[in-house]
Design a protein around this ligand. Structure first.
Ligand code: FAD
Ligand code: EPU
Length: 337
């Protein structure tokens, strides 16, 4: 039986905990159910939104169309005969449960991405990343359904246009392609990626580095840096770290020698948006129930009853003030709906 709910409350389906509702909310449990829902319930003039666990969205209004939340479960080992394990994971699996599965089985490649909220189906959308790793490095292919033609298509990694917090699914295929499963290629002989400063420090006391110790170190850092999800609504980093020209960077650095930066290529440099927001005076600021986390100014918070628009207005104020101070336009990472 297809699971379709009318006027469905969404506060439990978005980590900002915005209290809005969806006119129609569908929870398909198979690819066939996704197709059946699109055939039966999708109207040409109606908006369509695909969501996972709602940890990278900001809802600003009641959603008047159809929300599809793919809840297809399953983890299948396709091949582990060589040095690698090829694993097919269905979209509705929780990302961190999959990370735990890999660690328990000795498969390396996702340990640095421990404790990132969300579903497996959403991990390719913004090419999730943390502590020196990005999910694109372990993705072999992404399969899903085109919402217009209902055709099933597989994108091999090179066709996904992965970039920093970016992919074809966030651009050309936004809201037009429902990811149903991802095939990962993991290593049975993991090489640990511990060059990220804070991770290196955290692991310095460990006699032995293994998948579990990397995971524990990452969780410790994340607990330190990120707001407690039981206390505050948030969607992680609200803005992306901006990439600017080397020229502009050299200019900025002469005024602010301590600006944190990461090389991108010969012409461009990435700068830390959290630092920009903090230096513009926003860390710990609060307007009503919308605020900026004091320990990490890249994270916007809902203290309780902020509306999506109040969070959005706060973000707009931050964008204007960072532009005024540094001449840099911050881009949002969170999907504003
Ligand atoms: P949702 O928020 O539900 O959706 C996100 C986007 O993906 C939307 O545009 C939606 O339309 C689309 N989408 C979702 N599922 C599908 C699907 N099956 N098919 C097609 N489109 C789909 N991200 C990082 O990269 N690194 C971090 O370190 C990190 N830390 C975070 C910490 C906190 C406390 C929080 C709250 C978030 C953090 N995030 C981080 C952001 C978030 O965890 C990721 O973006 C995650 O992949 C979102 O998954 P989701 O299932 O919640 O997606
Ligand atoms: N910083 C400040 N002030 C702040 C915040 C940060 O000065 O308020 C400085 C830090 O001291 C550090 C630098 O900025 O020198 C970078 O900070 P941090 O290591 O916390 O990482 P980030 O760049 O702010 C990114 C990702 C996170 C990811 C971490 C760890 C983006 C937009 N965010 O944050 O991802 O977990 O690195 O790799 O790239 C997310 O995408 O939602 C997310 C949480």
């Amino acid at each position: 039986m297809l699971k379709i709910f009318k006027n469905h409350p969404l506060h439990k389906h978005n980590t900002f905990r915005i209290k809005v509702s969806a006119k129609f909310y569908a929870v398909p449990e198979t690819s066939g159910e996704i197709i059946a829902i699109l055939r039966k319930y999708r109207k040409p003039d109606q908006d369509l939104l695909i969501i996972g666990e709602g940890s990278n969205i900001l809802l600003t209004n009641d959603f008047q169309g159809l929300i599809i939340r793919p809840d297809i479960k399953g983890i299948e080992i396709l091949d582990k005969s060589s040095d690698n394990a090829k694993i097919k994971v269905w979209a509705g699996e929780n990302w961190d449960n999959f990370v735990v599965y890999c660690i328990n089985n000795g498969f390396g490649g996702v340990e640095n991405l421990s404790w990132i909220p969300g579903s497996v189906g959403a991990c390719p959308i913004q090419n999730i990343g943390a502590y020196g790793a990005e999910v694109k490095n372990v993705i072999e292919s992404v399969t899903g359904i085109l919402t217009d033609s209902l055709e099933q298509i597989t994108f091999t990694r090179d066709k996904c246009n992965f970039g920093y917090r970016d992919s074809i699914f966030k651009q050309e295929l936004k809201d037009r392609f429902i990811i149903t499963n991802v095939i990962f290629k993991l290593s049975k002989n993991p090489v640990f990626n511990t060059t990220y400063g804070r991770l290196q420090d955290e692991l310095a006391g460990n006699k032995k580095i293994d998948l579990q110790s990397v995971r524990q170190a990452v969780i410790k850092i994340r607990k330190d840096k990120l707001p407690d999800p039981d206390k505050f609504g948030s969607a992680g980093s609200f803005f992306r770290n901006p990439v600017i020209s080397k020229n502009k960077f050299n200019h900025l650095r002469s005024d602010y020698p301590d600006i944190p930066s990461y090389p991108v290529n010969l012409q461009e440099v990435k700068v830390a948006a959290g630092w920009l927001v903090e230096k513009a005076g926003w860390a710990g600021k609060r307007i009503g129930d919308a605020g900026v986390y004091n320990k990490q100014a890249l994270i916007l918070l809902n203290y309780g009853s902020a509306t999506g628009n109040q969070i959005k207005e706060l973000a707009e104020k931050i964008i204007v003030s960072v532009n005024k101070k540094f001449g840099i336009d911050l881009q949002t990472e969170v999907n504003i709906i």
